[in-house]
Design a protein around this ligand. Structure first.
Ligand code: COA
Length: 208
C-alpha cells in the first residue's frame, strides 16, 4: 500500500491500514442499524461481513484504497474510508465513508476529508485525480450535508435505484471536480507528496 497520509495532530482521524484484527470492530460497525440503515446495507450475515473486509483488505492499489480510520491516537477501528472504482484513464474515483456513531457530531469526517481531497486531486495516490464522486441515499441528510459542506455538488438523483427490505430508495449522485476546490491547488506546501499541513485542523473537536 502506498504511504498513508497521517494527521499532524492527535485530535482527528488517522488513516491507517485495515488489518485482520480489525474484524470485531468492523463487524460491530456495519451491523449497527445507525450505520447499516443510512448506508443501505442489507444484513448479509457473518459471511457477507467477512467477504467485505477481505475485499477491502485485498483491494488492488490500481483500483483504489480502503483505509481504516482510527481516532486520536487510539488503535481500535473508528470507521472506514474507501476510495474505489478508480478509473485512472478518466481520473475519477468513488468516495465512501463510515464512522462509529459514538464519534458523530464532532465534524471528524469533514476534518478528515478536507485535507484528503486536495491531496487526492494533487496526485496523492500516484496520479492526479480529476473528479471524486459519492452516492448517497436521499434520506441520509447527515452525509449529504457533509458532502455539501466539502463543496460537492448534487448532480442528480437516481430514482428508485436501491431496493431494501422497506421498499425502493432514491440515490443522490454527488461530485467534486479538481477545479471546484478553492484556488485549485494542493494544500501541501512542503513540495513532498503527502498530507496537507493543516491535516485535522478542520475538526470541531479541540485537541486534548
Ligand atoms: C456520514 C458520517 C460519516 C458523518 O459523520 P460526522 O462526521 O460525525 O458528521 P457530523 O455529525 O459532523 O455532520 C455532518 C454535517 O451534517 C449535519 N447534520 C447532522 N445531522 C443532520 C441531520 N439530521 N440533517 C441534516 N444535517 C445534519 C451537521 O450539522 C454537519 O453539517 P455542518 O458541518 O454544516 O454543521 C456519519 O454520520 C456516518 O458514519 N454515517 C453512517 C454511514 C454513512 O451514512 N456513510 C455515508 C454513506 S454514503
Amino acid at each position: 500500500m502506498a504511504a498513508l497520509p497521517l494527521p499532524l495532530n492527535g485530535a482527528g482521524l488517522r488513516l491507517d491500514q485495515l488489518v485482520a484484527a480489525d474484524y470485531p470492530r468492523y463487524r460491530a460497525l456495519y451491523v449497527d442499524p445507525r450505520v447499516a440503515g443510512p448506508c443501505g446495507l442489507a444484513s448479509g450475515g457473518e459471511d457477507a461481513l467477512r467477504t467485505w473486509i477481505d475485499a477491502a483488505r485485498s483491494l488492488p492499489p490500481s483500483q483504489g484504497r480502503a483505509y481504516a480510520l482510527r481516532h486520536a491516537g487510539q488503535e481500535r477501528l473508528a470507521g472506514m474510508l474507501r476510495l474505489t472504482d478508480w478509473e485512472r484513464q478518466a481520473g475519477h474515483l468513488t468516495l465512501s465513508y463510515t464512522l462509529c456513531p459514538t464519534l458523530w457530531g464532532r465534524g471528524l469526517m469533514a476534518g478528515c476529508l478536507s485535507p484528503l481531497l486536495p491531496w487526492l486531486f494533487a496526485g496523492g495516490l500516484g496520479e492526479p485525480i480529476h473528479r471524486v464522486q459519492a452516492w448517497v441515499l436521499s434520506g441520509n441528510q447527515r452525509s449529504r450535508q457533509l458532502l455539501a459542506s466539502l463543496g460537492f455538488q448534487h448532480e442528480g438523483t437516481l430514482r428508485g435505484m436501491l431496493r431494501l427490505a422497506d421498499g425502493r430508495h432514491d440515490i443522490c449522485a454527488y461530485g467534486l471536480l479538481a477545479v471546484d476546490l478553492p484556488n485549485s491547488q494542493p494544500l501541501c506546501q512542503s513540495g513532498q507528496p503527502g498530507p496537507a499541513p493543516c491535516w485535522g485542523l478542520h475538526s470541531k473537536e479541540m485537541p486534548a
